[in-house]
Ligand binder design. Structure first.
Ligand code: COA
Length: 235
């Protein structure tokens, strides 16, 4: 992945969530009361641990970029649940997005441009063809149907993560109709938004990136366009 600094860069961080008891305790100590309540509501211990570590890491990553303490980070939630910085630090114009899959969390950060990120494990799912027919746009589902079966698992999750990253950048969640935009995902095709409504992708104001956060995983990032759009990745 290209690496370059500058205020317009999108920073991507990949973190493992299964940690030892000491690190878990340290993570829990960074959470707000509301986040501790949320952690307590998970039915499974494993989900509780992963949420705790992922949220503490988010606080640390935001704090490092804002030069404040991790426990001073204040988050608010958009109408559809997208987290953002509270007004007190919102003037920094730092935007971020989070996604998790099993014990991996991925984070995207950018100053002055909205971002969305998504990660999935590439796997064979029995009803993938039906899901593609229901969830992908017409162009996407036709392109998916025409693929060689051996290409389908990666293509399916490439399309899925790219669409998900876009709706996460918009903050709309699933209220955003998934057939209103097309993304590329065929083998050998560069990651691109092909269309948003009737606007061609190269004029839609958003840039799509694909990346591999780890073995067996596929990730996507959508960012508002900025002058030389670049990605910087850390582990
Ligand atoms: C809310 C949604 C973002 C959840 O996504 P998900 O794939 O289940 O979960 P992810 O791990 O990728 O993302 C979860 C994170 O997204 C963030 N998030 C929640 N609501 C969000 C919203 N409206 N916009 C952007 N980000 C949001 C949160 O940070 C959350 O992490 P947290 O709970 O630890 O704070 C939503 O898009 C959704 O329900 N998607 C379902 C999947 C789907 O059908 N996709 C269609 C693709 S073809």
């Amino acid at each position: 992945m290209p690496a370059c600094g500058g205020a317009a860069a999108v920073d991507v961080v990949v973190t493992r969530l299964d940690v030892g008891p000491g690190a878990l305790r340290a993570s829990a100590a960074l959470l707000s009361q509301e986040e501790r309540h949320r952690a307590g509501r998970f039915a499974f211990e494993c989900d509780r641990r992963r949420f705790t570590v992922a949220r503490a890491r988010l606080r640390q990553l935001l704090a490092a970029r804002l030069d404040i303490g991790a426990d001073s980070v204040e988050l608010v939630y958009g109408e559809r649940g997208k987290p953002a910085l509270a007004r007190r630090v919102a003037a920094s114009n730092l935007r971020f997005s989070v996604s998790h899959c099993d014990d991996v969390a991925v984070y995207a950060f950018a100053f002055g441009r909205e971002v969305g990120i998504d990660v999935e494990a590439v796997r064979v799912i029995p009803d993938a063809d039906d899901i593609a027919a229901r969830m992908f746009s017409r162009r996407e589902s036709e392109a998916y149907r025409a693929l060689d079966p051996s290409d389908k698992p990666l293509a399916f999750f490439s399309c899925w993560t790219r669409k998900e990253a876009f709706i996460k950048a918009l903050g709309d969640g699933l209220s955003h109709p998934l057939d209103r935009f097309d993304v590329s995902f065929e083998p050998g095709e560069p990651a691109r938004i092909l269309r948003v409504d009737s606007t061609p992708g190269d004029r839609c104001g958003w840039t799509l990136y694909s990346f591999v956060p780890g073995p067996g995983l596929i990730g996507a990032i959508v960012a508002q366009k900025a002058i030389p759009g670049t990605i910087r990745e850390h582990n």
